[in-house]
Structures are given as C-alpha cells and as structure tokens.
Design a protein around this ligand. Structure first.
Ligand SMILES: NC(=O)c1ccc[n+]([C@@H]2O[C@H](COP(=O)([O-])OP(=O)(O)OC[C@H]3O[C@@H](n4cnc5c(N)ncnc54)[C@H](OP(=O)(O)O)[C@@H]3O)[C@@H](O)[C@H]2O)c1
Length: 313
C-alpha cells in the first residue's frame, strides 16, 4: 500500500485523519504521515501512531496518496505550489482534496498537477465535526476513475458512510458541495428564525427543538442544538465547529457561480448578510449558525444567549 499523507488538522481534518490512522493501525499498514500549520494540533494523532512532518513538500515526497483538508482555495493553492516548486517528483502521486473550494480552483489545481504526472481528486465532504468524529461523512468524489478506486477503501466505512461518484470531472464534486451548502446555510437561517420566534412568542426553545429534530430530521435538529447549547458563539479560546468565515466563503462561491448562470439565490443572500453582520458584531470566533445572534438582536434580544459566550473579547 502506498504511504499516506495528511495535511490539515482543523475541526474536520483532525477527526478525519484520526479515523484514517486508526484504520491503518487495524490494517497493520504504515502510519499516516501528518502535517499542519499548527503542529501541536496533531499530538493526539501522534499518540495513535501517526508520524509528524513539519514540511508539506517533504510529506509529499514520502507519500503516494496525499489528503488535504484546509480552510480555503488560497491555502490549497499554496500547498500545491510548494509541492511543485520543491522539485521532488510528483509522478503518479494522488492528491485528494477534501476542502470546500471553487470548481475553478479544482480545475486549475488538477491541470497543474497533471503537468507533473500527478492525479488530483476533489473529494469534499458533507457533515460537521461530530459526524466526522463518527466516521459517517458523505463524500463526493470527482476525478480520474482509477485513482478514485484506489482511494475509495480509505474513505468508505473509514471516514465516510457514503461516497457519491461525481465522475471523471473533478469540478463536479466541488459544484455539488457548493450547491449542498446553499441548503445548509438556508437551513441554519430557517432554524435560527424559528428559534427566535419560539423564544419571543413564549413557546420556548425546548419544544421547538424537539419538533425540529422530530419533523425535520437530525441535521436540522443538530443546527438547533448549536443555538440552544451556545455553540453558535463558542469561547474565544476554542475552534468553532464550522467557522462563520468558511460558510461565508462557500456562500460567495455559490454567488459567483449563480451570477455566471443567471440564477438568483435570495434566501442565501439573507443568510449571508446575517452571517457577515454577526462576524462584524462578534468577531471571527463564531460558528456558521451565528446568524442566530443577529436574528436575536433584530427581535430585541441580546446577540448572546444564556449558553453562549457573553462578549467579543
Ligand atoms: N466544519 C465543517 O462543518 C465543515 C463541513 C464540511 C466541509 N468543511 C470545509 O472543510 C474545510 C476545513 O474545514 P474546518 O472546519 O476543518 O476548518 P478549520 O477548523 O478552520 O481548519 C482549517 C485548516 O486549514 C489550516 N490553515 C488555515 N489557514 C492556513 C494557512 N494560511 N496556511 C496553512 N494552513 C492553514 C488550519 O491550520 P491551523 O490548525 O494551523 O489553524 C487547519 O488545519 C473548509 O474548506 C470547510 O469549508 C467544513
């Protein structure tokens, strides 16, 4: 089996890499070589037998399959450029990016790597941190079929419950991811509105949450819990489950594509405005569901609820 590398140990990446390393231990395969900007994030992975490597290009040199899970397009582009510029051969290496990036980034990255004899798969994921911890994410894979088949056993029932095959065109999986996030962000807005309504009318957030979970499913129920547990505005020394700036990036990717195709996204616009207002009011350390704080303010309540943090500093 090719040596496997992993870059990116954020809210999602650490959980995913942990499941992958546990799988490699079960298979008595060589350990995962991991890297991250903040290397200390990998301490738990090291305790499971993972091998730290501070340099991404040195990690790439040692591995046949390299997963990346980073915040945004520019971080992915910087990593790939550093691997190319290192001068190490990239021939036949498979790069699997699980981040949410624009299809144009996918296309440019695939072309750059192909010129070096490497293969690029776009494999964005659906589901938040608790689902990543459980190894139950949904993956959408796009890119050369042979490489996708090599990588699939590292994903199916290891990091994910389902792999959606998006075909040979890698951009299609990132398109699906961005389309999916239109639903995610609109749903967070809808749950936030319903919970503010429930609180202000005296119905209460408890019965509302019970109904949301029962009638609209565990995903909507989970979004409600982000509000009622205060996770929409977590402590300043913690990492949000799905950072508000990441969701803003995803919404902007959707708007860029919608504009190219004369599609209107009015619901997403409302959610984006509220996320941006939340970030302006409360800073960067917010979950994507933090439009709730702005909806609270519009209804005459404080941005913070009794379980969230209580201020911006
Ligand atoms: N969270 C979710 O629910 C969710 C669900 C599906 C998809 N996604 C997507 O998955 C990706 C990762 O999300 P996440 O929630 O895990 O994000 P995150 O917690 O913010 O982690 C981001 C990762 O990127 C690294 N990074 C950020 N800026 C960097 C830079 N300038 N140079 C090098 N590394 C850098 C971070 O390193 P440090 O550890 O050093 O900060 C960390 O490893 C994003 O594209 C997001 O949109 C997220």
């Amino acid at each position: 089996m090719a040596r496997i590398g992993w870059y990116g140990l954020g809210s999602m990446g650490l959980a995913m890499a942990t499941n992958l390393q546990k799988h490699l231990v079960r298979k008595t395969a060589p350990s995962l070589i991991y890297s991250n900007r903040t290397m200390a994030r990998g301490d738990a992975l090291k305790a499971l037998g993972g091998t730290p490597e501070t340099s991404f290009s040195k990690l790439v040199a040692q591995c046949g399959i390299v997963f990346t899970m980073v915040s945004n397009d520019s971080v992915l582009q910087q990593l790939v450029s550093s691997a190319i510029e290192s001068g190490h051969s990239l021939k036949d290496k498979i790069f699997v990016d699980c981040s949410t990036v624009h299809p144009k980034t996918v296309s440019a990255t695939a072309t750059k790597l192909k010129e070096k004899g490497a293969i690029f798969l776009a494999a964005p994921v659906f589901g938040g941190n608790p689902i990543a911890v459980d190894g139950k994410l949904v993956f959408a894979i796009g890119g050369p079929k042979k490489a996708a088949e090599v990588v699939r056993p590292l994903i199916q029932d290891v990091m994910g419950r389902k792999v959606i095959d998006c075909g040979e065109e890698a951009t299609r999986s990132s398109l699906l991811k961005i389309a999916g996030n239109i639903v995610t962000v609109n749903m967070m807005e809808a749950v936030g509105e319903a919970q503010v309504f429930a609180e202000r009318t005296g119905l209460g957030t408890g019965p509302m949450e019970e109904l949301i979970g029962e009638a609209f499913g565990p995903v909507a129920g989970g979004y409600s819990k982000r509000l009622t547990t205060g996770a929409y505005a977590p402590p300043l020394d913690s990492r949000p489950g799905f950072g508000v700036s990441l969701a803003i990036k995803d919404a902007k990717h959707a708007f860029a594509m919608a504009q190219d195709h004369d599609v209107e996204l009015p619901g997403l616009q409302v959610s984006l405005d509220n996320m941006e207002a939340a970030r302006e009011y409360a800073g960067e350390c917010l979950d994507s569901s933090s439009m709730y704080g702005v909806l609270r303010q519009k209804a005459g309540l404080q941005f913070w609820n009794d379980k969230s943090r209580q201020g911006s500093s």
